[in-house]
Design a protein around this ligand. Sequence first.
Ligand code: DGY
Length: 419
Amino acid sequence: MSLVEKARAILRGNDRGGYAVPTDRLYPFQWNWDSGFVAMGWATFDEPRAWSELVFLLKGQWEDGMIPQIVFHAPSDDYFPGPDVWGIHRTPPTSGITQPPIIAVAALWLLRQARDVAAAEAQAAAMFPALLAHHRWWESARDPQRTGLVATLHPWETGMDNSPAWDVALDRVPTETTTEIRRRDTSHIDASMRPRGVEYQRFIHLVDLFRDHGWDPARMYEASPFRVADIGINAILLRAERDLLVLAERFGSVADRAEIAARIDRLAGGIARMWSDAHGLFLSRDLISGQPIPRPTSEGFLPVFAGAATPARVAAMAATVSVWRERAPWMVASSEPDNAVFEPKRYWRGPVWAVVNWMIADGFASYGEVALGADILDQTRKLIAQAGFSEYFDPTTGEGIGGADFSWTAAIYLMLARD
Ligand code: DGY
């Protein structure tokens, strides 16, 4: 079986009738940003199924525009915390926090790649109001003072749960929980590749707190002891706003376009302030201390994906990637390899992720760093060819780790096989 056939078989195997789980058992529901990438993977061989991925995700969208991190379409005992812990009585049940807003990027990508243009236009037109509502939610709920940076209130929202960038901010979160913690992930995956127990206590403390605040966005924003401007989320949101503006030219009104353009200006200004000369990349900011977080991670390169870097900054980031590569030859490690907190096998504290590579490579190429972009994609293909469709990879050895037969890794492979 060729790798393309294997990647398609993984998506089909993870399909649960209109949406795909990230992988069997470890993640038995629909995850927000996984679905955006997975839709792009489906689009390489099954366009109706690609749109269905996004339509199913939007079944979980809240009236205020929030798109949840998890949509619990069907019950499963394989995951903690399930719908009972979130206590959100909707149909379908969902979690109460969000995830990186890649969906508008996926929708535009599907439209641009479409062979059945009429069907794609109908889908994109129908979806446009939901995407616009989602971007409005990000600004109103997460940047109520219009600072130009949206806040993240839970490490799970960043998608990079145990990133070293969150260590100090997360330390402020108490470890007491009213929910009994019954982790399931460590019965599927070796605990050394997953977040630590104390991090889970803090993750669940935040879930308890937000549930006690009725999942009200304003109350959550005020009450959360964890509030960061995540450079990854802000960069992905800016790219998504730019892509939404392209969609708005076809499917939106003059007023919609003006509104999106104004948000683009605010976000671009906010991201520009996150640059660190000392580190040669962008940093997240702790919104409680007001200070930059001096922990370089791969998401610090994502402003290239958003068109938010100057040529001098792009050159500095390309140099930083090369320095990281000396210590961790498989690009791009998720955190600075030459740092005491680097752990090459522990989830977001070092491993390489195919989706992040795709975004970084796309961004570098768009700035004319074509060779570096191609190199990152080439390494991504090689990692998958030698180690399989793993959830993530050790950047020092290239070993495949975490969950196996992973949907978004398969999706990225299918997108690269088309290049
Ligand atoms: C998990 O449970 O590990 C997920 O990353 C949460 O989104």
